[in-house]
Design a protein around this ligand. Sequence first.
Ligand code: LLP
Length: 416
Amino acid sequence: MTEYYSTITGFFGNSNPEKLLKEFGSPLYVYNEKILRQKCRDMKNLVEYKNFVPNYSIKANSNLSLIKIVKEEGLRADAMSAGEIQLLLHAGFEPEELFFVPNNVSESELKYAVDNGVLVSVDSLSQLELLGKINTGGKAAVRFNPGVGAGHHEKVVTAGKKTKFGVNIDCVDQVKEIAGKYNMKICGVNQHIGSLFMEGDSYIEGVKSLLSVAEQFEDIDFVDMGGGFGIPYNKQEGQKPLDLASFKEKLTQVLEQWTDKYGKKILFKTEPGRYIVAESGVILGNVYTTKANYGNKYVGTDIGFNVLARPVMYDSHHDIEVYRNGKPLNEAETEEVTVVGNICESGDIIAKNRKLPVIKEGDILGIMDAGAYGFAMSSNYNMRLRPAEVLIKEDGEPTLIRRRDTFEDLIANFNI
Ligand code: LLP
């Protein structure tokens, strides 16, 4: 085992995993404010270009306290649904700081955005028609599909010839025609080619392709290059983070050259979700069982796939730390185990055949880098309560930022 990430980063502040579970219950999402703020700053410094702003993509984690911190750091935000718009307005964002990037939505959802003054990006020609009827004489953005995508798993590749997203890049004339029909200004273009890249070149290629679409419009105000910035999920085996310094140099050059050619210093945006929150979050859970079934050693926890779906959904790797008596277990002795949750499906596996320190019942596990698409994708499957969420504030003190579900929450919507 390599060093413990949580110890190096001081992740748990003045507390420790044992105290946290005792106070707030298990399983538990824990976030670290310092790390969150640092990630926001990294993204704000992504390019040297002056007219640039990242939009946090709140689908990755929509906890209100975290969103407010992201806002304080000066980011704007993306929404995927009317619910996300409502939450962002509630968090204090101005409508003009928001960008609605939905796909396949109803007229009433589009109308909700327009009525609230939020700019919409449409994902198809027919949605552009629909928006034209609602927002005649107004503004619209268009999400293009450059024909190539990227991502850590085929389920999260969001551009290319085999995905549902975006308008084909050879449809610019049709876009202009529909916009003209409704006297709408196309004020921006956007794309999102997929989630999680670890080297910047594919992203920059995608940006170049989007810019070649952008320049076919006479008067756009912004280009939104999308999200997808990866984080190293496998630090225990030495995976390195994105090289932001070299990325910055290359991307800045592309943007400067292009705006010189376009003749206008337009606004550039990105849509990071994972990068902002993934490393700011850990999920803690108890080990209740260790057993050997036909030679396979299982470690049974309360972290089922209702709590963290990523390993089951995408075979995703998350580093695991083991704690005993409040401290990381720095045992030299390791063994190969399969770490499982408490859901009644045999696919409920957090880590398969993973080499970990020898774990005993009563130990605590920390599933690292769980801040993005962790709680956001959790559910009440098996009538389990979604966990509480706690924030380790900058002064090191833990504070509850969402309470655990209750039985009353589970039955609240039944019509008896
Ligand atoms: N913009 C759009 C239009 C998106 O669809 C997404 C993510 C993002 C931005 C943010 O992407 P990010 O920077 O977080 O990669 N549940 C999956 C990831 C799904 C991503 C969906 N779209 C996972 O856990 O890996």
